[in-house]
Write a protein that binds this ligand. Structure first.
Ligand code: CA
Length: 515
């Protein structure tokens, strides 16, 4: 019935004014780094992202179904969990033959483009124009793939992605509405700031999170055995003791002029233990937040273009990231956990005439909801096999009484980088119940965020929580059934890597099944 639905959508679309859709999407950007979210540590000012929040709606509990780069992107394209879109973990190859929202928008008359980080291995499908970083991408002088052709650019990647986005907007067919997905590499590891932002903090000492020296007591083996700490996992590349290989001579000079004198303390070898962790935290904040500064400037340039061209009124701007990130909480960087910093991602939506300026929303929403929201905005019928919700009622300022009260989470990438074990669970306003379910790592955790906002105590075996535990188990099972989660993980989910697609079609044609 889908073909009929799309045809109907196209008819509706022709009769109404379809909004343009600008999705500015980051990699590993977390709400602690956005001043619109008013984080108590006040780490960074982001005036342009804040402007978007002042003019639109800020969502405080936007959750991801699988907190890692590639899988989260596959969720957004398809509106489906990993077990249905087939992309469980980084290294897998996205089956571009399946239904995605850009394809549906394209059929409904949209001109579509994706520029920047893609990270799904197969070539993009459903786009009139694509210009992507291969794999993870690099921060300076990036090789890119433009509609199937390999190209190399000189400059800072965040700026280049912005330049290419604006260039595409300028030359687009102005008789059609557009979908533009501007997708930054920043602030992904190794957090290399633009040269103009080196020293941006003027050696301000950043306040430390209360759990920087978490000893993981109160939680189980999985938390003890992860590999994502500033203490043990941080590499010389991360700390900028080693300069990245992709800098040209001029860039390298500016890089060394900043980092070399500040690394002298490391070469002396006197820092150890907590002092070394503290030093690393300061370096990490300078670098990570420095890359966010360029993202903020990019947002400013994009918004300015919409203003200058008179497009702001009829453009839905959505700003988000593939997941959240640890900024030293629990001693960690990286993501992957159902815990709050990684399962929550920023979401700000500005849609003039729909969102009331300066509003906030605390309902449980998800990146899973983006495609349905975009399709609904465009007047396209939502396919019945998508698993999220249309956010329009919330954007209009009313949360339906039957809005979701719980959210299903499932992480698969083990063995894998950072050694976070496989787990699935349910998140509600107050609780998290989750299961590490491998034969050698099998236990349940119950977290009460109301009494334990830093998520430090597993109260699963506390008799006081017997009632909550029972209800959450039932809710988790209900969600697994509703979302069609198989009782056992599929063999496909366990493959660490898939071979890339053997033949690649160019320029978004791609009606071919992945192997
Ligand atoms: Ca990511």
């Amino acid at each position: 019935m889908l073909a009929g639905s799309v045809a109907l959508g196209a008819t509706v679309a022709a009769a109404t004014r379809q909004p343009n859709i600008l999705m500015v999407f980051c990699d590993d950007l977390t709400i602690q780094a956005i001043s619109a979210y008013n984080h108590p540590l006040d780490l960074l000012e982001t005036p342009n992202i804040d402007r978007l929040a002042r003019q639109g709606m800020r969502f405080d509990r936007c959750l991801v179904p699988n907190s890692i780069c590639g899988p989260s992107r596959a969720v957004i394209l398809t509106g489906k969990y990993s077990h249905l879109n087939g992309f469980y973990r980084n290294g897998h190859v996205f089956n571009g033959a399946q239904q995605t929202f850009p394809k549906l928008l394209q059929k409904a008359g949209y001109q579509t483009a994706i520029i920047g980080k893609w990270h799904l291995e197969s070539d993009p499908t459903g786009f009139n124009h694509w210009h992507i970083l291969p794999g993870q991408g690099i921060y300076y002088n990036p090789p890119m793939i433009r509609n199937g052709e390999r190209v190399t650019h000189t400059g800072y990647t965040t700026d280049l992605i912005t330049d290419f986005s604006l260039e595409w907007l300028k030359q687009r067919d102005k008789s059609k509405p557009f979908l533009l997905m501007t997708q930054h590499k920043a602030p992904h590891r190794e957090w290399a700031p633009a040269l103009r932002h080196l020293g941006w903090n003027q050696d301000r000492v950043f306040p430390e999170p209360a759990t920087l020296f978490d000893d993981y007591s109160g939680r189980g083996r999985a938390e003890h055995e992860q590999d994502m700490t500033l203490e043990k996992t941080f590499t010389p590349r991360d700390s900028k003791e080693t300069a990245p290989p992709y800098l040209n001579a001029e860039q390298r000079q500016a890089w060394d002029a900043y980092y070399e004198p500040r690394n002298a303390v490391l070469r002396e070898g006197k820092l150890a233990g907590r002092e070394l962790v503290r030093w690393r935290y300061q370096r990490y904040m300078h670098d990570y937040l420095g890359t966010v500064k360029a993202v903020d400037e990019s947002v400013g340039r994009m918004l300015q273009y919409l203003d200058d061209e008179g497009l702001a009124e009829n453009t839905l701007v959505l700003f988000s990231s593939d997941q959240g990130f640890y900024l030293g909480e629990h001693g960690w960087f990286d993501k992957r956990w159902i815990y709050e910093e990684s399962v929550t991602t920023p979401l700000i939506v500005r849609w003039p005439g729909v969102t009331r300026p300066g509003t906030t929303n605390a309902a449980l929403v998800s990146v899973l909801d983006f495609p349905e929201t975009f399709l609904a905005a465009a007047g396209v019928a939502i396919p019945s096999d998508m698993q999220g919700h249309d956010l329009r009622p919330l954007l209009q300022g009313r949360t339906p009484t039957d809005w979701r009260q719980s959210f299903y989470y499932h992480y698969y990438e083990y063995p894998g980088a950072h050694s976070v074990r496989k787990h699935y669970g349910v998140v509600t306003d107050r609780y998290k119940l989750f299961h590490f379910y491998e034969p050698d790592m099998n236990y349940w955790t119950l977290i009460d965020r109301e009494r334990d906002p830093s998520e430090l105590r597993n109260v699963y075996d506390d008799p006081a929580y017997a009632g909550a535990r029972q209800e959450l188990h039932a809710e988790l099972q209900r969600l697994r059934t509703e979302l069609k989660v198989p009782a056992q993980d599929s063999a496909e989910s366990m493959r660490p890597k898939q071979a890339p697609a053997p033949t690649r079609k160019k320029a978004g044609a791609g009606a071919r099944k992945a192997p």
